[in-house]
Structure formats: C-alpha cells, structure tokens
Write a protein that binds this ligand. Structure first.
Ligand code: FAD
Ligand code: NAP
Ligand code: SF4
Length: 651
C-alpha cells in the first residue's frame, strides 16, 4: 500500500483486467490526430504519458462515421486500414506498461460541415450548419457504426473504448428534451430518449465481447436549462460499465449512492493530494485528469515516488491547449512546450559543454536556464530582484491566477535539481557578462508610460503599484488600457481580496449552479447571485474593436462576463484628453466627458528591456534575446517559455 496516497495507488480490478492505479488521463483533442505523420506523433505523446505511470489513457475523440466528424478532415475509424495505423499508438502505450481506450465521439449537430445529423433538425448555436434529422434507418446505421468502430478499436489493440455520451454531442442530443423533439420511439419520454445510448452500449458490448473496457461518459450536470433531471441521469448511469464525467465530484458522490459500477470523476483536479481526497471521501473510484498530463507526463510517477515538488502543475490557463484547439492549431501547454511536440523538441545531453549566462529569471529565463543545465551546460542565472518568477510574481496576485505560483515553485526546484547557479539581487551590465561563451537576455519588459497630459498627476498609478506594491487605491477608478493586464487589474480591484479564491459554494452561487442538483440541467430556475463590487471601475481602450478581443478564445468571454457582473463599465474608441485633480477627461464619439476619479491605473502595454543587446554584440559576444526582451507586443508566458525552451534545446 502506498504510504501517502493509498487510494490513488490501489489497483482497480475490472474482472477481466486490472488497472495499476486510479488515475485516468481524460480525453483531449490535440490536433495530432489529423496532422501529417500524426500516428507516430501520437505514439510518442501517449507513450511518454504511459511511461509516466498513468493507470488508463483515453484518446481524443474519433468519429464512428463521416457524419459524426467535428470538421471535414477530422479523424474517424471506419476501416481496417486505419485501425492498423492506430497499432503504432497502442504499441507505444503497451510497451511502456500502460493501457489505452479509444474515445468514440459523434458530434451530431455540433459538426462543422453540411453532413451533420441530429435527432431533430435543430441548429446548434456553435455551428453554422443546420443538421439533418436522422431517419429511423439512419439511427440504426449510426448504432451499427458505433459498434463497428469499437470492433475496429479492438482490432487496433486498444484495451477498450469510451463512448462519449456527454457535453452536448449526438448521444446527449438524443437524451436531452431540448434537442430531441422526435415523436417516434427514439423521442418523447425519457425512456425513449435513452434508448439510443442503451442500444449503442448493448451492441458495442456484443461486438467486442466481455474482456474489453467500455466507459460511458455521462453528463451529470448539463449546465443548460432543459437538460436532464437527477432521476433521469441515474436511470441512464445504470447501463454503463464505468461512468466518468461529473462536472464536480460531489455530483459523482451523489451518483455513487445509486449504482454499483466503477465511477470516474473529473473536476479541476490537478494535484495528487486533491485526487486522493476525492477517492478517500468515496466520491468516485477513479479520478480523471486531462490537462495536467499535458503539463507533466510524469505526474503519476512523481507522486508515487514522493517527488511532488517536481511536478509541473497545470495552471488552468487554457492558453496552450484549448485556445489552440479552438484556433485549429495543434495543442501544446504553456508550461511544457514539449507537449504534442515529443518527436521534434527534445532536450538531449550536450556534446559541447559551454559556460552560459542567462540574465533575468522570468518565465523565459527560467525555462532556458534549467533546460540548458539539464543538458549539461554550466549555467549562471542572474536576477535583479530578490526572487525568481519575473512578472509571474505579479500575475499570481490576480484573483483566479493564484496557481501561477506553482510554475515558480516548479522552476525553483528545477534550478536545484539541474545545478543552475542562481544569483539573486544581481542586476548585471555589459562588463559582468564578458567572460561567458553565450549570453541569453531574458530581461523582460518595462510598463509603457503613455503620453497623456497630466500623466504625472498623483492620482496616476501603474499596475505594478497596484498588484505588486499594494498601494492604496480609491473607490472610483479608471483603467487605461484593456489588454490582458487591464482586465486582470479590473478583476483585482472589483474583487473582495480578503476572500481570494472563491469557495465552491460561492463559485456555484456566482455562476448560478444548483449545489443540490435537483434543478433540471443543474441550472434551471437558479438565479446567479453576485457580490457587490468593491469599487466603481471604468475600463478604457482607444481601439474601436470589441473589448477583450485579444484575450484567450476560451477564457476571454469568462473575463468579460465576470467584469460585467461587477458592473465594470467598458468603453472602446476613447481618446484621452488629459488627467487633472478632478479625474480623467476623454472624448468619445465626438463628445467630451469627465470621469471624476480617485485613481487612474495605467495598463497601456509594455516596452522591451533590451539595452544590453547591442553593446554585448559589439564586443563580439554571442548574445540571444528571448521573451519580453525580444518583443514586448503580443507577449505572453506561452511565448516566453517556448522561446526559452527551444533556444536551450539548440545551444
Ligand atoms: P519577465 O517576466 O518580465 O522577467 C524578466 C526578469 O528579468 C525580471 O525578473 C527582472 O527583474 C529581470 N531583469 C531585468 N533586467 C535585468 C538585469 N539587467 N539583470 C538581472 N535581471 C534583470 N501571461 C500569460 O501568458 N498569461 C496570463 O494569464 C498572464 N497574466 C498576467 C497578469 C499580469 C498582472 C502580468 C503583469 C503579466 C501577465 N502575463 C500573463 C504576462 C507574463 O507574465 C509575461 O509574458 C512573462 O512574465 C514574460 O516573461 P519574461 O521572462 O520575458 O519576462
Ligand atoms: P496588451 O495586451 O498589449 O494591451 C495593452 C493595452 O494598452 C491595449 O488595450 C491598448 O489599447 C493600450 N495601449 C497601448 N498603447 C497605448 C498608449 N500609448 N496609450 C494608451 N493606451 C495604450 O498588453 P498588456 O495588457 O500589458 O499585457 C501584456 C501581455 O501579457 C499581453 O500580451 C497578454 O497576452 C499577456 N497577458 C495575458 C493574459 C491572459 O489572460 N491571457 C492576462 C494578462 C496578460 P489601445 O491601443 O486600443 O488603447
Ligand atoms: Fe494547463 Fe495551461 Fe498547459 Fe493547458 S496550457 S495544460 S491549461 S497549463
């Protein structure tokens, strides 16, 4: 029995097979499925995660037929020829001691192509294509396609399949009254609406035999009005072999009281401690984590070996994973640029050991220094302040970004393990850097001071004054600049900073979710309740574009909505006229306006700290710029860490 995580490392006996621990790597679409040489890349990606100790892996969604694909060239499994290609993936996982299931995903009306089908011809808000209503024959054919895909998955040596029954895809569209308006035996009452998934599971089981895992992924909270009622969800769950997917683990706990098949929960679980707690409370039999395995393929082994402080924790930013997928790019991870690039980006031992200086211990410098040292170079990391982390030390002050601390903790440990010589409180200049073979400048940025009349007025502050120096801010505030940092400062200033992280109860209240799960879909009739904002805030930008247009695809709407709830006034197309003791004078749509304010906070972007570059170059030193020092515009930590890692892999 494992001393610290007895539940997490307890094998799970499924009768015909056993899983070595209770950790499931949840399905994630990475884009590798559709890329050139994708099977080899997937083999490397999944193989590495199997080696890292996870009990069971689930692939990204693969369609059972042409109608079910996400987009015209998305992956499907309909032939032996394709199944044979998947053998590369299953072999890599099995060779590394892992087990893997293939997810069968039919998108139904969410498909982004004109062949989309659904129980009823009701267009979804997320696809421009109205689906065709499935005929009775079409339904029969679709069920057969699910069974055939499962059989092909078995041929490809998968250990099982996961049938995607949640998150609004085809099966869910049959189950939910909102999307199923049929009047035949496949629609109407709940018993008719669940006939489709029941038939699929029955036929899949018949096709694959008993010694094959079938996971049925179920939405316990649909989070849409007119979703399923609790009794309906329980009824459906009784059909399945394993039931993952609960938006929150307490929902799975409620379900555990009702049925006796292994349950898997997924949550915002990103550490072994949280996972152990859930299992210990008896909320579920397995925990599913997805993004944490992009951040660190070795997560499970590190937990098992007591090396938790070495875990590269997922900070839930979505910037490398979901934002990329929605932008139709291959997934990666902000904190681990190797994720999904396992065949191209490798940190191999150097054959030519060099003496390298890295200047600035922000995300760019930290990644470069630690990877260079891991590869065998002699590395000295200079940092002007008394701590590592650069701007992440400011970012972690923002409500919801507390986990950015974990990245600093991870790099701190890597410095120790790889033998980087860290020199804090050391601001270096050209003369300090002449004795090195290579110099990497990761000196970051300086906030821009815009040229506005009255900018030196005492009411004016920078975002560092607010977030880092914690200067007193009045009750009426304007923020100049509505980029990522302007939004963050608005969130910080309207938030009750005494209660930093929302409790689960407050989070559910704020977002209007019924904690007792009695309402239909988990949300029907429940009114979101918002705390009164701490300040009156107006957020301004000069561009005519939509506010927050540069924020992440998957998180931007959350930020906008969150600020709207806090009555933050958001104004675009603003011209700043002047600042004086009364406040901020602007012109907008030809009209002059005065905002009477206590403070004006400047979040107007940044400029690069690159003044060491040319003088070093002039001395004939091999010098490189990365992160904010290279380019301040469109900078984010994803680029900073990626640049640092890629340069370090090459030198
Ligand atoms: P920096 O982090 O600026 O680090 C530069 C380091 O160099 C500093 O520690 C500095 O002290 C040191 N230095 C400078 N000159 C010298 C010298 N001469 N000698 C020694 N040391 C020196 N990014 C995201 O991707 N997602 C987010 O959600 C996000 N949120 C943010 C929220 C806030 C409030 C802020 C301020 C930033 C946020 N960012 C976010 C941006 C992110 O932090 C930066 O993109 C990233 O830190 C840039 O990394 P860097 O290493 O290039 O520079
Ligand atoms: P930013 O995103 O470039 O935004 C700068 C803002 O300042 C813009 O709204 C810009 O709008 C305004 N501005 C620029 N020049 C100005 C001037 N001379 N006078 C007045 N206003 C001016 O930069 P940032 O907010 O400082 O963020 C820095 C980086 O950190 C960004 O690249 C961002 O991606 C990253 N970050 C990301 C997140 C995230 O959640 N993903 C959060 C925080 C930070 P106008 O030109 O229209 O006025
Ligand atoms: Fe987690 Fe961000 Fe990496 Fe996605 S990109 S896995 S959310 S750290």
């Amino acid at each position: 029995m494992h001393k610290k995580y007895p539940k997490l490392f307890e094998p799970l006996d499924l009768g015909f097979t056993s899983l070595k621990n209770r950790v499931l790597m949840g399905s994630m679409h990475t884009g590798l499925e559709e890329t050139k040489d994708g099977y080899r890349k997937m083999a490397a990606y999944f193989g590495e995660r199997a080696k890292g100790g996870v009990g069971l892996i689930v692939t990204g969604g693969i369609s059972p037929n042409k109608a079910g694909v996400v987009a015209p060239f998305s992956s499907k499994l309909t032939s032996i020829k394709t199944a044979d290609k998947h053998k590369l993936v299953t072999k890599a996982v099995h060779d590394n001691g892992g087990k893997i299931c293939m997810q069968i995903l039919h998108t139904g009306r969410y498909a982004y192509h004109p062949f989309a089908v659904a129980p009823s011809a009701k267009k979804s808000p997320i696809s421009p294509f109205k689906p065709w209503e499935l005929s009775k024959r079409g339904i029969e054919k679709t069920i057969k396609d699910f069974a055939k895909a499962a059989k092909l998955a078995k041929h490809a040596n998968y250990d099982g399949v996961e049938i995607m029954g949640s998150e609004g895809y085809l099966i869910n569209q049959f189950i939910a009254a909102k999307t199923n308006h049929r009047t035949d035996e496949w629609g109407g009452g709940y018993k008719n609406r669940i006939k489709f998934p029941l038939e699929i599971v029955k036929r899949v089981r018949k096709e694959v035999g008993e010694d094959f895992i079938i996971i049925f992924r179920l939405s316990m909270l649909d989070l849409v009005t007119d979703g399923s009622k609790w009794e309906e969800v329980v009824l459906l769950a009784t059909i399945a072999t394993m039931v993952p997917r609960a938006a929150f683990s307490w929902v799975t706990r409620k379900m555990k009281g009702e049925i006796n098949i292994p349950l898997v929960t997924t949550n915002r679980i990103n550490t072994p401690e949280v996972a152990e707690n859930i299992l210990n409370n008896g909320d579920a039999d397995m925990v599913s984590m997805a993004r944490p395995f992009l951040a660190d393929p070795e997560l499970v082994n590190k937990a098992e070996q007591g090396r938790e402080d070495e875990i590269n924790t997922c900070i839930a930013c979505n910037q490398g994973c979901l934002d990329n997928v929605f932008g139709r790019k291959i997934s990666t991870c902000l904190v681990n640029p190797r994720a999904c690039s396992e065949t191209e980006l490798n940190y191999l031992p150097t054959k030519n050991k060099k003496n390298i200086a890295v200047v600035g211990a922000g995300p760019a410098g930290l990644s470069a220094a630690t990877i260079l040292a891991e590869r065998g170079h002699k590395v000295t990391l200079f940092e002007a302040t008394n701590e590592i982390g650069g701007q992440f030390n400011i970012a972690k002050q923002v409500p919801g970004k507390e986990e950015f601390f974990e990245t600093i903790r991870y790099f701190g440990k890597q410095i120790e393990l790889t033998g980087v010589e860290l020199k804090l409180n050391t601001r270096v200049g050209v003369e300090d850097l002449t004795g090195f073979d290579e110099v990497i400048l990761s000196t970051g940025i300086t906030p821009r001071k815009p040229d506005i009349e009255g900018i030196s007025n005492p009411k004016v502050m920078g975002y560092i004054d607010v977030l880092r120096k914690k200067k007193e801010v009045g009750k009426r505030v304007a923020i100049i600049g509505a980029g990522g940092i302007g939004f963050d400062v608005a969130e910080y200033l309207t938030h009750d900073n005494k209660a930093k992280q929302l409790s689960t109860a407050d989070f559910l209240k704020e977002w209007g979710v019924d904690a007792k799960n009695e309402a239909r879909g988990g949300v029907e009739g429940i009114q979101a309740q918002h705390k009164a904002p701490q300040r009156e805030v107006v957020l301004l930008q000069r561009k005519k574009a939509k506010m927050g247009a540069t924020l992440g695809k998957t998180t931007g709407w959350i930020h906008r909505l969150s600020l709207k709830y806090k009555n933050v006034k958001m104004l675009n197309a603003v011209q700043y006229d002047k600042i004086d003791d009364k406040g901020l004078h602007i012109t907008r749509k030809g009209k002059k306006e005065l905002f009477e304010l206590d403070n004006i906070i400047i979040c107007a972007g940044q400029i690069s700290n690159n003044e060491l570059f040319e003088p070093l170059k002039a001395k004939g030193i091999s010098v490189h710029l990365i992160g904010g020092a290279e380019k301040a515009g469109e900078l984010d930590a994803k680029r900073a860490i990626d640049q640092g890692s890629r340069l370090a892999a090459e030198l």
